[in-house]
Design a protein around this ligand. Structure first.
Ligand SMILES: Cc1cc2nc3c(=O)[nH]c(=O)nc-3n(C[C@H](O)[C@H](O)[C@H](O)COP(=O)(O)OP(=O)(O)OC[C@H]3O[C@@H](n4cnc5c(N)ncnc54)[C@H](O)[C@@H]3O)c2cc1C
Length: 548
């Protein structure tokens, strides 16, 4: 592949190192992209902000962090040898095991030699004259490549709440997405957890086991469903290894690439008794079956959704002893499955413990963090430790934090000011040779993510191989293709009930300026349709793209 010449769109100091492709991020996406591009014979450099590989599983070390996907459906599928060599110990593995797995993958395929750690990319500029991208790294160094591939992560930019006084707290405080590498002890301590999303639910269950006193500050309650995790015994391990092709085929066929396939019936087609029995069955089964394997209309039809929401409310009332606390834990402003469903093990029972208190901050808002604790409208709470489980600036957050400039110096942030516009969630008009893995409007955003990562990476790799074989240097989508895709994304979304609810699915994050207006970030047409659209474009000579 011909190299780009030295040019200096970002700074004119020193010589930038040159590669065929630069990948930003060394999570599951970046690692697999590196592996594939090496096979095509490209020189590749991966730049990673963290000190090790693994992305999500490197950063999120909080107690309780674990899969909601079945472990054996989450791992990479590309290497039969890898599948046979690795034993998952639990149906839903915990973070340390997943990080061990990813390090095992990095060792097996010798990935680290092309990854540069502790290297946050701050800017990326397209050099039209040379058809190249130049990136700037935090330490002032630069690098250039024909292709720039972002593998930034959908949930990699933690957000702190907008509360006065956070810096003045004198105890220990941590965001779950930036958890320390050393183990923390909660025994006897007065601990606060702010946030009750998927992460909050996981960390609360663990901290409640040993904390002297735990106070949970909840703004939005969620419908949490049982995880029902258990170890994988030797016989099950053998069966899993023998049936990987079927497991991945099942994932391929389902809407979100989970092993759970939606039921072909509609919720109101069956009798009330039959419906109740089906919900009981799903509630007694592990994982996302109750979300992804439910009646096919619960996420699109309000009347159908009301039936499962009422069922979940009943479960909360049964499990929480104090009726007043139970009412606080019951969502009132959205239906089941219209926000990310946290999976739990004894979460609701935590609120029956004498050492746990729930504070509803919609009733008594947090006024400020004080040097010794948290001041709400009606009380002053003293703490030794505050845990912020306040989530991420989802999907576009990591893009917003890099100054990305395309043709004519246009910034991506400006281009996406009213919401993302992409073609296939993989490329952007005006930003040639920039490819966005797991980016907005890509099926990977609403997926058992590694299954979609493999599809994204394989598609991008095939495009690059095609360009090399046909001597093309530049690929960019047409404005028309981008408009049509954006319209398709919105059409697919219109039928979904979650477009009527404020959540990160809809680009809402009240802790981030400019993210209070609903914009659709996901692709909700399902992975099979998405794959079909990507394959169709490729089969038609990359229809919708201009290749030069
Ligand atoms: C707690 C938690 C649990 C999850 N559980 C599941 C699950 O059960 N099933 C599921 O499908 N998904 C789950 N996810 C989603 C998870 O993010 C994906 O499954 C997957 O790990 C994404 O991989 P990735 O490589 O695309 O992104 P990431 O793993 O987020 O990696 C992105 C990397 O890019 C780096 N980066 C970002 N910006 C820059 C920059 N400017 N310069 C340099 N480096 C940069 C980051 O440091 C990070 O290491 C979970 C997410 C979280 C937070």
């Amino acid at each position: 592949m011909s190299k780009c010449q030295q040019n200096t769109p970002i700074a004119d100091t020193g010589t930038a190192k040159q590669y065929d492709a630069i990948v930003i991020g060394a999570g599951m996406s970046g690692m697999y992209q590196l592996y594939r591009l090496r096979q095509v014979g490209l020189s590749v450099r991966v730049f990673e902000a963290g000190g090790g590989i693994g992305g999500t599983w490197y950063w999120n070390r909080y107690p309780g962090a674990r899969f909601d996907s079945e472990s054996y459906s989450y791992g990479y599928s590309f290497s039969e040898e890898l599948l046979q060599e690795w034993d998952w110990s639990e149906h839903f593995a915990a973070q340390p095991e997943t990080l061990r797995y990813l390090n095992f993958v990095a060792d097996k395929f010798d990935l680290r030699k092309d990854i540069q750690f502790n290297s946050r990319v701050t800017a990326a500029a397209y050099d039209e004259a040379e058809t190249c991208w130049e990136i700037a790294i935090e330490d002032g160094s630069r690098a250039r490549a024909r292709f720039l591939i972002t593998a930034l992560g959908p949930l990699s930019t933690p957000t702190m709440p907008n509360i006065e006084g956070i810096d003045r707290f004198q105890g220990e405080s941590f965001h779950t997405g930036r958890w320390p590498h050393e183990p923390l002890d909660f025994a006897g301590k007065r601990v606060a957890v702010i946030g009750t999303g998927a992460t909050g639910v996981q960390v609360i269950q663990e901290v409640a086991k040993t904390a002297g006193h735990l106070t949970v500050f909840q703004r939005t309650p969620n419908y949490c469903a049982p995880l029902l995790n258990r170890p994988i015994d030797a016989e099950t391990q053998r069966k899993i290894k023998a049936s990987y092709p079927e497991i991945f085929e099942r994932c391929r066929e389902s809407h979100g690439c989970f092993i759970h396939q939606a039921d072909s019936r509609k919720a109101l087609e069956v009798s009330a008794e039959e419906r109740e029995a089906f919900y009981e069955k799903l509630y007694g089964e592990p994982g996302f079956g109750i979300w992804m394997g439910n009646f096919r209309d619960i996420l699109v039809d309000q009347a159908a959704n009301d039936t499962i929401s009422e069922f979940m409310r009943k479960k909360i009332r049964e499990r929480v002893k104090d009726p007043k606390v139970a009412e606080k834990l019951i969502p009132k402003d959205h239906g089941f499955g219209t926000r990310r469903v946290p999976l739990e093990s004894e979460y609701y029972e935590v609120y029956n413990q004498a050492n746990v208190q729930l504070v509803d901050i919609r009733e008594t808002p947090i006024e400020r963090i004080t040097p010794t604790g948290i001041k709400t409208g009606d009380a002053e709470h003293a703490f030794d430790m505050i845990i912020y489980a306040t989530g991420f600036d989802a999907i576009t957050g990591a893009f917003d934090r890099i100054d990305i400039r395309g043709v004519g110096g246009q910034t991506l942030k400006d281009k996406w000011a009213d919401g993302p516009r992409t073609y296939l969630g993989l490329q952007i008009a005006g930003f040639p040779n920039l490819l966005t893995l797991v980016g907005p409007h890509n099926a990977a955003t609403f997926c058992n993510i590694p299954r979609c990562i493999e599809q994204n990476v394989d598609w991008v790799t095939a495009l690059i191989r095609y360009m090399r074989d046909n001597d093309y240097k530049r690929v960019v989508p047409t404005v028309e293709a981008e408009e049509a895709w954006t319209e398709h994304v919105y059409e697919m979304a219109a039928r979904m009930l979650f477009t009527k609810v404020d959540s990160w699915f809809m680009g809402i994050n009240t802790n981030v300026p400019g993210k209070r207006k609903r914009t659709f970030l996901l692709y909700s047409g399902g992975a099979p349709l998405y794959r079909e659209k990507c394959d169709e474009a490729a089969a038609n000579g990359y229809a919708g793209f201009v290749l030069q």
